[in-house]
Ligand binder design. Sequence first.
Ligand code: NAD
Length: 398
Amino acid sequence: MIIKPKVRGFICITAHPQGCAANVRSQIEYVKSKGPLAAMPRRVLVIGASTGYGLASRIVTAFGGNAATIGVFFEKPAEEARTGSAGWYNSAAFESEAHAAGLYAKSLNGDAFSDAVKQQVIDLIKADLGQVDAVIYSLASPRRTHPRTGETFKSTLKPIGAPYTAKTVDTDKGIVSDITIEPASEQEIKDTTAVMGGEDWEMWIDALAHAGVLAPGALTVSYSYIGPKVTQAIYRNGTIGRAKEDLETTAARIGRKLALTGGRAFVSINKALVTQASSAIPVVPLYISLLYRIMKEKGLHEGCIEQIQRLFTERLANGASPQLDPEGRIRIDDLEMLPAIQGAVEKDWPAVTTENLSALTDIAGYRAEFLHLFGFGFKGVDYESETNPLVPVDFAGA
Ligand code: NAD
């Protein structure tokens, strides 16, 4: 079939296998261009490994640290008239590049929240690697079925306490308008925390430790976000922010458990970037478009791969120290949060309208990066040719 982007709201329902492979290769090239990293974990489990920050984490540990990697994700293969998901193609490409470089890489496609997938991962580690030295937890999901109760929780993106009105953009149509979002109920706050908080991360670490597959001195990292004043009501002070607070508290608890065997647990606060997860949050895409323009002008822009490369080179490996903030978190959102950057955001934010969107923000960069997520817009990929969407890969799991 000839595969073109089909954008529906904040999601693209098609993905291009060769384009996704080009995306993965360009991230690998970036990491290789920076040279090998010292004191990196050698056996790494990445949960949420197929797109965004998790994929970048897998690429940096594999190609910067020569690590054997196991990736866990929830992606769809192609079917008759439908392309596979971007994460499916990314992971197929990652495995093929890793194998060509002589690196161990295996993946499990299934629900990471389930006990069954945790057990499959434990069995795979026992069979192939013995233990893992690092666990990167990078899930972003709209729902979670609890493995013990069978209850399914849905996460919501809402303010807490009062309705919130703010400027947002329809990134597809380029229309800036105000939206009002009603506050979440107590139940919605709890449910969002059940999906995006720390419980599942801790369940993973407990299960791995109990099975004896966590190496002494193991490192675990999960990702969080704080962000600017303009998104505070919907993000950090909203339902997702509550879940992130829970994740951060969990890091401290996991850290105390791992310390008994010399291990460490961190939450890293990362930069706002275009990913499948962030494009679904109201207001955030407009902020990202403005942020990109300002950070690019100042030569400070980074994508997922640059962020995670810096996380390992300047915070977690290479002889670096994590440089924690007063709340015990790693901050690689340091450049985004610089007063000069946030001052410029606050100055320009009130002025953004539909008419000046292209001039005042980097909406073009936002759209290009959004299409990149699905493998579109890469040089050297022939988008006019017939492409076979079926990329057969032997990922384990359902
Ligand atoms: P993403 O949508 O690109 O990636 C999500 C990953 O989770 C994918 O690999 C997907 O397959 C996997 N996944 C989802 N549900 C799953 C399930 N049930 N079982 C197995 N795998 C599942 O998201 P992202 O933006 O890279 O987010 C990763 C983390 O980084 C999140 O915690 C997010 O809050 C955090 N973060 C994101 C940003 C940002 O701006 N994008 C900024 C800071 C922190």
